[in-house]
Design a protein around this ligand. Structure first.
Ligand code: ATP
Ligand code: MG
Length: 319
């Protein structure tokens, strides 16, 4: 594993991370057009590195079967969640990844505590789970539209003032619990500017092949822009923790957002640094005995071990 690649990725993601305990004001602290002085062409090169690292580390994660990863994606409408997931997924084995999208909760979901439906979709060991929207909707859309809270049928004394601070605390503890048990949580907010959202909405209207992506409800939500900015800022301040950090990803340039997300996931996996399991001496000896048996089965004229024949150990020339 080249440390140089790992270092480049670590350096790249550091400025996107929300320092735990810091007080975030989105408009002031994070520029949706930031691109780390990078050109699109250089970005593509970094994306290639990120994607190859992802593939490599995911394989180890699955083989080790000890840790799992939960990637939460939040954004305003047209923020680019779908495209980001597509790009991140291009680097991983689909067998080891599960994507869950969270919409308006169903009657059954509302009949449970608010974290219930998210808990059902957590990754298992060796797996990466991507949440397309996540438990953070519970302090975002539910906060901006309090009628959602009414639908949650909470007892009176757990709905009063201080509910958002309480939810932040509960979410932090839940994520801490998951981390303690081998599940690493990482959170990405795709930070879109109001003007870029307007442009993307118009594009969805102007292009017939994009019409299906447009919904009048999205424009209604846009009317609550400032309330959402406030809810996001409070959420980022309260729930970026050492164990489960938030990354604010500039999303006005789609290519930069995608690279950033792939890099953040790769970085998270590198921090876990999963290892292929060592089978142990006895099992290794059994393997070598089996190897000799298989070699003895070689047909006349065939190499005893076609694999080593094609992939000679470093330093040895093919005979
Ligand atoms: P896209 O529009 O790209 O297909 P999306 O994630 O916006 O994806 P939609 O079906 O358009 O999917 O919207 C889902 C809606 O569900 C959003 O408006 C979101 O705010 C809402 N939602 C998600 N979780 C909750 C929740 N816990 N309570 C209330 N509303 C929620
Ligand atoms: Mg939508």
């Amino acid at each position: 594993m080249s440390d140089e690649r790992a270092e480049r990725i670590a350096e790249f993601v550091a400025p996107l991370r929300v320092e735990p305990g810091s007080k975030v004001r989105l408009g002031r602290d994070f520029d949706p057009r930031y691109r780390a002085g990078m050109k699109k062409r250089e970005g593509k090169e970094l994306l290639r590195i990120g994607v190859s690292l992802l593939a490599e580390y995911q394989q180890r994660l699955a083989a080790q079967d000890t840790y799992g990863v939960l990637l939460c994606l939040q954004a305003l409408d047209a923020g680019g969640k779908d495209g980001t997931i597509r790009h991140v997924m291009s680097g991983v084995n689909p067998q080891g990844v599960r994507v869950s999208s969270f919409k308006v909760p169903s009657a059954e979901e509302l009949d449970h505590d608010y974290l219930w439906r998210y808990a059902l979709r957590l990754p298992s060991r060796g797996e990466i789970a991507i949440f397309n929207r996540s438990h953070y909707e519970e302090v975002l859309v539910v906060r901006v539209h309090p009628e959602n809270l009414v639908r949650q049928k909470l007892p009176d004394d757990s709905r009063g003032p201080g509910i958002w601070e309480r939810r932040y605390r509960e979410i932090n503890r839940w994520e801490h619990y998951l981390t303690d048990n081998g599940f690493k949580v990482v959170k990405i907010f795709l930070n879109l500017s109001k003007e870029e959202q307007r442009t993307r909405f118009l594009r969805r209207i102007d292009r017939p092949d994009k019409n299906w992506k447009f919904s009048a409800a999205d424009v209604r939500e846009r009317g609550h822009w400032d309330e959402y900015q406030h809810a996001f800022s409070e959420m980022l301040s309260a729930t970026s923790t050492k164990w489960a950090p938030w990354y604010v990803v500039p999303a006005d340039r789609k290519w930069f957002g995608r690279i950033s997300a792939a890099a953040i996931l790769a970085h998270t996996l590198m921090e876990i640094d999963p290892q292929y399991p060592d089978v142990g001496k006895a099992a290794r000896k059994d393997l070598l005995d089996t190897k000799r048996d298989l070699e003895r089965e070689a047909p006349a004229g065939a190499p005893a071990d076609p694999y080593t024949d094609r992939h000679p150990p470093a330093g040895k020339k093919r005979g």
